[in-house]
Design a protein. Structure first.
Length: 144
């Protein structure tokens, strides 16, 4: 009897693992960028920045990177904030966490509606990381 139970449990685990493990995540991974939050007219405004290569100076042997500010976005309209547990983060918590610029994970979505962050990628992030889901056209100008 014990042997049958062990075999059944092993088969259930194998089927469960193969059902989830074989499928790739449905969307692109997040970008690891930097963001700061401020309050403006009762709304939380997020300034997201991404690294950008700058032309090196003659004395520098390597390319220098600087933070390039993207267009500001308003929390709740074109950007949503989540924790690594996949649950929404309140605006006050975002303001507190991002008083100073800090590293964030940003899922850039090219189509509406803005899908929630993928649990596959959330599992790789450190506890306390703010995760944004943002519309691509909200943070950058359209490509001509």
């Amino acid at each position: 009897m014990k042997m049958i139970v062990i075999i059944v449990v092993a088969l259930m685990c194998a089927v469960s693992a193969s059902a989830h493990g074989d499928q790739p995540p449905p969307n692109k991974p997040p970008q690891l960028w930097r963001a700061a939050a401020m309050e403006h007219d009762g709304n939380v405004v997020i300034q997201i920045s991404r690294p950008k290569y700058e032309v090196p100076r003659k004395a520098a042997s390597a390319e220098a990177m600087n933070w390039h500010d993207l267009k500001k976005v308003t929390l709740g309209t074109s950007v949503r904030a989540f924790g690594v547990n996949g649950k929404r983060v309140e605006s006050k918590a975002v303001l507190k966490a991002l008083r100073q610029p800090r590293g964030v994970a940003v899922f850039v979505r090219f189509y509406e509606p803005l899908l929630d962050p993928d649990p596959f990628y959330l599992a790789m992030l450190r506890e306390g990381t703010i995760v944004f889901v943002v519309a691509a056209d909200a943070i950058s100008d359209p490509i001509p």
